[in-house]
Write a protein that binds this ligand. Structure first.
Ligand code: GLY
Length: 375
């Protein structure tokens, strides 16, 4: 869809939201840049008091120490790290900690961590004193590829996921691919799915690059990871600039996510998001074959990459077609209790119908595909 091959020497991307330089935010990409991020934040956001939001993983990995370099900055360390803390109660604790530190509307929230930290920090920033700016320093594959870019934030209620949420576009994003070195192997691999997704929806050269560099990716070679980070920023940047509020084009970022979200929920969140989306990408590929948008060979290529990344490509045995269909009907983007699907016409090109990027798929096809995914 997009002719994308950024100059690898370029270390910055700009996302213009709202469209135009005035609202643009900068994404800086590099290796071992964490030590220079705070001086940069001071230069760019000098008039703000800073408040750091992070979690215990970042402290034990030494990343917080590297960022702050003995500076005394008020901070909230989320404990335990991970999904269970992505709850509105954590946001309340953060806001109270900011009040105790006498912070006001001249506060900049700096979130350093994975997707959970970004969601919590972004949402806390969006509601503190009716909204203060947030800077993201993502340190996981999923956060660097996806969640730190584009402004979606959300935390859970005691009833449901992301019951509280807001669009809060960051004031800046700093991506240091060297921070991925300490990431747990399962999290590392699962987060790569969002990069595969970007390649699939937007850039066949990027897909070839992933296919040809799987060893380097798994060895966490920083030059490979930097290129991937640039391509992710470029692709996601173009999409969210064009459609920040997800009216149409931004839906392409949900490729593999309709079935993926259902698998995640039906499996009681035992699979990581990326693992569930890997299964969802295979489901989308099978739908494309049923709808004559693809040949088997294309899906075989995609499946091979996901398998080499150690990701699941079939449904877990205990998930039934019926339980998945029930959850799919509750998809938040469903129309008349049936969701729209993002599909490909080829690698790098999303299928559209009637100007829409997410399209209806017959229920019989989805049911057949879910049965096939169980075998
Ligand atoms: N993660 C999909 C989006 O940001 O729209």
């Amino acid at each position: 869809m997009f002719a994308i091959w950024p100059d690898i020497r370029m270390s910055e991307h700009k996302i213009k939201i709202p469209a135009g330089e005035a609202g643009a935010y900068k994404i800086t990409v590099g290796t071992e840049i964490l030590g220079s991020v705070w001086p940069q934040i001071e230069t760019d956001f000098g008039r703000y008091n800073k408040f750091v939001v992070t979690d215990e993983n970042l402290v034990s990995a030494g990343h917080l120490e590297k960022l702050l370099d003995s500076r005394e900055v008020p901070a909230f360390v989320i404990s335990p790290p991970g999904e269970t803390s992505k709850h509105i109660n954590t946001v309340i604790s953060i806001i109270e900690a900011m009040e105790k530190a006498y912070l006001g509307r001249d506060t900049l929230v700096v979130g350093i961590g994975g997707g959970t930290v970004g969601d919590i920090a972004g949402f806390a920033a969006s509601v503190f004193k009716r909204g203060v700016p947030v800077v993201h320093i993502p340190t996981t594959t999923v956060a660097q590829a996806d969640s730190a870019i584009g402004g979606k934030t959300g935390v859970d209620s005691s009833m449901s996921k992301n019951a509280f949420g807001a669009f809060r576009h960051p004031a800046a994003v700093y991506i240091d691919v060297a921070t991925l070195a300490t990431l747990d192997e399962r999290q590392y691999r699962a987060g790569l799915v969002e990069s595969v997704k970007h390649a699939l929806i937007a850039d066949s050269d990027y897909f070839d690059f992933i296919e040809n560099n799987l060893d380097g990716i798994l060895e966490r070679k920083t030059e490979v990871l930097e290129r991937i980070a640039h391509l992710n920023c470029k692709i996601k940047g173009v999409v969210v600039e064009t459609d920040p509020g997800e009216r149409n084009l931004r839906r392409i970022l949900n490729y593999g996510h309709t079935v993926g979200h259902a698998v995640e929920a039906a499996g009681k969140y035992e699979l990581l998001h990326g693992e569930a989306v890997a299964i969802g990408i295979i489901a989308a590929g099978l739908i494309e074959i049923e709808m004559k948008l693809a040949e088997h060979a294309r899906l075989d290529r995609i499946r091979t990459i996901l398998e080499k990344l150690g990701l699941p490509v079939k449904l877990p045995k205990d998930l039934t077609e019926n339980s998945l269909i029930d959850i799919i009907k509750h998809d938040k983007k469903a129309v008349n209790k049936w969701p729209r699907f993002v599909l490909l016409t080829r690698i790098g090109q999303v299928y559209s119908r009637g100007g829409q990027w997410a399209v209806e798929v017959e229920r019989l096809i989805v049911e057949k595909v879910l049965r096939n995914l169980q075998e």
